[in-house]
Design a protein around this ligand. Sequence first.
Ligand SMILES: Nc1ncnc2c1ncn2[C@@H]1O[C@H](COP(=O)(O)OP(=O)(O)OP(=O)(O)O)[C@@H](O)[C@H]1O
Ligand SMILES: [Mg+2]
Length: 396
Amino acid sequence: MSKLPWGNSKVLTDEEFFNREQEINNLKNLLSSTGENNAPDILLTGIRGVGKTVLLNRIKNIMDDDYLVIYMDFTISSVYQKNQMSVKGLLDYYFQEIISECRDKGLKSLDSQIKKFFKTNNFKLEKFLNINGIPIPLISTERDIEKYRDFVFKLAEDIYKENQDKIKGIIIIIDEFQVIKEIGDYLNSFLWNFRGYVTSQRNVAYVLSGSMSLQDNLISEIAGQNGAFGGRMLTININPFTKETANTYLKEKAPELNFTEEGFDRFYKCTSGIPSYINIFARQLDTSTTLNEEEVINAFDNNLSLILSHLINEWNRLTIKEKDIIITLIHEPLKRIEIARKLNVKSGSLSNKLNKLQNLGLIKFIDGKYEINEHLLKRWLKLEHEQKGIYPYRVI
Ligand SMILES: Nc1ncnc2c1ncn2[C@@H]1O[C@H](COP(=O)(O)OP(=O)(O)OP(=O)(O)O)[C@@H](O)[C@H]1O
Ligand SMILES: [Mg+2]
């Protein structure tokens, strides 16, 4: 029986979680300095589906005994879900997550200080957003948001001070951090402020992560020499499984699969060693025969929309114009002016759309030209066109 996890699991069991020993040791060692008043700030990067989220959840499990570890996922915040991204909404989410984790762990969650803070500032409380009894203030003026921000970003440190007899420090993990890009002027309104608080807290470690392609500007805006955290932020990149790792993985977790040598080479090429693709694809393969190269290719093409479901969801959320841009890039990289000519629009009108597609990691800009970043998306689009004679603008 296959012991492979589903391709979209966010938390894996000990049995399902494979390898990553080096990354885990590295992160564990770095984070342990939090207990010596020297909390690190870490940026964990890696392409879609490589295993950042499952690794972070594992780290939470490992560090949970000695530390208060708070795992946040910015895409779960209600402001993101409702498509109303704002600094205030993210602060609410941040605040709630800290307090609920604190309560779950049986630590003092500063309830009376919090009440007093709201009262002194005359903050009214939101009646309907009172999640698990955690009060959420109604705030509208810029000045009050600043006070609230100050309070929320300092909260972890205050909680540590109150509980230092029970924990060695606090670790705040923020996954899907890239969604801050949906806040207007995110650098000034969020990132630089956040950094101001984060870097001065010696007992609170921060681990930021999310789907960011290596070309993403956000990475240099956070961790580059001139970025918000300057040289202080340690960057760790998670790589896909090597061919050897993928081979050992399947032998151990899916011994029912058999490949010829070329068959396995092709399996590895198709999945690029990305664990989520490996898991989804391997579950679809025929276990009653030894798979050769051709059979692997056929199975891959037949299951492509399943393997890429994550990416296809993203494709579905694009506007028709954004999809048009990607389609112009299917056969070759193009300059902006060339894309504009093909689409019969003004070159200037493409800036926002190209930025958005770059932010999503779907296209990249190299040597003056735009190209599709996800080669499997390109393969899927081509196949759909071949089979149906039309590009899949609407996928049901
Ligand atoms: N160490 C691992 N062992 C086994 N399977 C793994 C491992 N890492 C990742 N996977 C598989 O890959 C899937 C995707 O992992 P995960 O969600 O952590 O990726 P991600 O890097 O966070 O992707 P995204 O950028 O889209 O958020 C998991 O659901 C699991 O099936
Ligand atoms: Mg993730």
